[in-house]
Ligand binder design. Structure first.
Ligand code: GLV
Length: 327
């Protein structure tokens, strides 16, 4: 509680954070929320956060140096997300603002989504669903909708943190051999063999990207890397847009140099142009950035964000301060 005993004020970047009613918050805290259905842009967020102590934001919200300069009362920015590439951390530090996120609680939901993409892409499920919906099931065709096996295939995980290792455990359950590559070496866990990135791409049939977006991971997977994965390869990403070169991905799929792909994250989000070529590539499955979108997971994330705020405003160390950026 501020020393002048004004009520604590917490701004939320949008309405409808699941679990908000049950989330802990400082006694008597006032919530400042945008109008129903509104999603403020960067300028709108600055305005919303005028005269508040803490701000709850999500992945699409951009918090830059101008935000911190305009809102000196803000002491904590709490992401309801694990990724934090949308916040200017240097500016936050300069203004003495703590930035927190929600690691761990969304690992299983996001790994489930990565696996959904693997199955959807490799088994070519989207064209199959579309055909059934359109009344085009037709006569049995021995060549119809043939995909590639998941069981027995090798799964390479790039970025073996909480989410990557959860993808690895699922791979083992599906009868896959699992490889992993991380910039900072991870201890052997009996699930995945640690290898270099090129070796991972060469040996894998399926690659899952689970790295954060950093200067080192921007454009990590381009034409050369896709060619190492090869024509029977499947690439999925639940990481961040910009880690995959989308033009190179489209070219590899069109030219048969890659079997299939699934993306939950894009360089430009949201994709609103129905003519966007990414949406029309038959071997590419596109989802609207929904890795953590389950009721339980989103409620756990909201609870974690509010616990972080409560700790900071009580003068304690927040449990989930963002770590220094790593590739
Ligand atoms: C979602 O993208 C997240 O970072 O939690």
């Amino acid at each position: 509680m501020p020393s002048d005993a004004q009520p604590v004020r917490i701004a939320l970047s949008r309405r409808g954070y699941p679990g908000l009613e049950d989330a802990p918050r400082p006694d008597g805290a006032e919530l400042v929320q945008p109008d129903e259905g509104a999603s403020p842009d960067a300028a709108g967020l600055i305005e919303l956060a005028a005269d508040v102590d803490a701000v709850v934001i999500s992945t699409p919200d951009r918090v830059g140096a101008d935000f911190f300069a305009a809102n000196p009362r803000v002491k904590v920015v709490a992401l309801v997300a694990v990724g934090f590439d949308n916040v200017d951390l240097d500016a936050a530090r300069e203004h003495g603002v703590v930035v927190t996120h929600t690691p761990g609680v969304l690992a299983d939901a996001t790994a489930d989504l990565a696996f959904s993409l693997i199955l959807m892409a490799r088994r070519r499920l989207v064209p199959a669903v579309d055909a059934v919906r359109a009344g085009e099931w037709g006569a049995f065709d021995p060549q119809g909708y043939l995909g590639l096996d998941v069981a027995g295939a090798t799964l390479g995980i790039v970025g073996y943190g909480d989410i990557g290792s959860a993808v690895g455990r699922r791979g083992t359950g599906f009868g896959m051999t699992v490889l992993q590559h991380s910039r900072s070496p991870r201890p052997e866990d009996g699930v995945a063999e640690a290898v270099g990135l090129d070796e991972l791409l060469e040996r894998s049939d399926v690659v899952s990207l689970n790295v954060p977006r950093t200067p080192e991971t921007a454009g990590l997977i381009g034409a050369r890397e896709l060619d190492l994965l090869g024509p029977e390869g499947t690439l999925v990403s639940t990481a961040r847009g910009g880690v995959v070169d989308e033009d190179a991905l489209l070219a590899a799929l069109r030219e048969g140099r890659l079997h299939s792909a699934g993306l939950d994250v894009f360089a430009g989000e949201p994709i609103t142009d129905p003519a966007d070529p990414l949406l029309h590539e038959p071997r590419l499955v596109c989802l609207p950035h929904i890795g953590s979108a389950t009721e339980e997971t989103r409620a756990a994330m909201t609870g974690m964000a509010l616990r972080n705020i409560t700790a900071v405003l009580a003068g304690e160390t927040a449990p989930n301060v963002v770590p220094p950026l790593r590739g």
